[in-house]
Design a protein. Structure first.
Length: 274
């Protein structure tokens, strides 16, 4: 015996489209920026913890080795301040710029962006969450490098608290640049190359004292986002730091960070829809 719906018997059968529309579930609201950012940050932090810790040791030992080498040619004064400040920020450049460029380059090539594109999260949350997670790995290495450099060159340790501002601001600027390079590069190999070139620029232009560089290279140094973090940190080693200049350098670093992260967000939208 077959069962016939009562609507059919009464001549009031519902159209197929209406039935499907009634059964379809409504999509949930799009996640807000801050909760989505925190979720992406925690996910990226737990994912990258095991894989990135060995590379963090490499970045720290690299910066410490550079300071040991420079100790043979630099005795003290402004040159020592530049070496210690530049080597400390170099840890941030290695992780936030180099590794993040490689990560987004591989993510784009492997189709991993499709996963994030299906999530109801703003594009800015994906970029900021990943950038914040990678920048967080630089904190212990930067602190260890700065303390070692101060002891090695006889610099004061009293103003190392400025790293609480230098690390996130320089990290934001460099992470935004690294993410943009990884997302805009057509191939992951090119993203790796660009990340390596960016880190090399941070090494050569950040660690070497500015007055030892040619004038043309000094102009190029001013275009590097990490330069202002290096300058702000280096000024705090003086007996009477000019805090107005320190704040100005940090403000420039923050402005560059906002611009670079905005460019990275645009690059993410551009790569996700392709």
């Amino acid at each position: 015996m077959s069962v016939v719906p009562a609507e059919v018997l009464s001549g009031r059968a519902l159209p197929v489209e209406d039935a499907v529309a009634e059964q379809a579930a409504e999509l949930g609201p799009r996640a807000r920026l801050w909760p989505a950012l925190c979720a992406v940050y925690r996910a990226q932090l737990s994912r990258a913890r095991v894989a990135r810790i060995p590379l963090l040791f490499v970045a720290t030992f690299q910066s410490i080795g550079i300071m040991v080498l420079m100790r043979g040619v630099v005795d003290g004064g402004g040159e020592a301040r530049a070496v210690v400040a530049g080597s400390s920020v170099l840890v941030v450049a290695f992780v936030a710029l180099n590794l993040l460029a490689q990560y987004f380059g591989q993510l784009r090539a492997s189709g991993g962006l499709d996963h994030y594109a299906t999530l109801p999260v703003p594009p800015a949350a994906v970029v900021l969450g990943a950038a914040g997670a990678y920048a967080s790995f630089t904190v212990p290495g930067t602190v260890v490098t700065a303390v070692f450099g101060c002891v090695l060159f006889g610099l004061p340790l009293s103003h190392l608290w400025i790293l609480a501002a230098v690390i996130p601001l320089a990290g934001a600027a460099l992470a935004g640049l690294g993410a943009a390079l990884g997302l805009l590069a057509p191939r992951p190999e090119l993203a790796t190359l660009l990340g390596q070139l960016g880190m090399s620029a941070a090494l050569l232009l950040g660690v070497l004292p500015a007055d030892r560089l040619p004038t043309v290279v000094q102009y190029a140094r001013d275009l590097l986002p990490s330069t202002y973090g290096v300058e702000a940190f280096g000024l705090t080693f003086g007996a009477h730091p000019d805090w107005g200049v320190v704040v100005l350098d940090l403000a420039v670093c923050a402005g560059v960070g906002v611009v670079s992260l905005a460019v990275a967000t645009w690059a993410y939208r551009r790569a996700a829809v392709r």
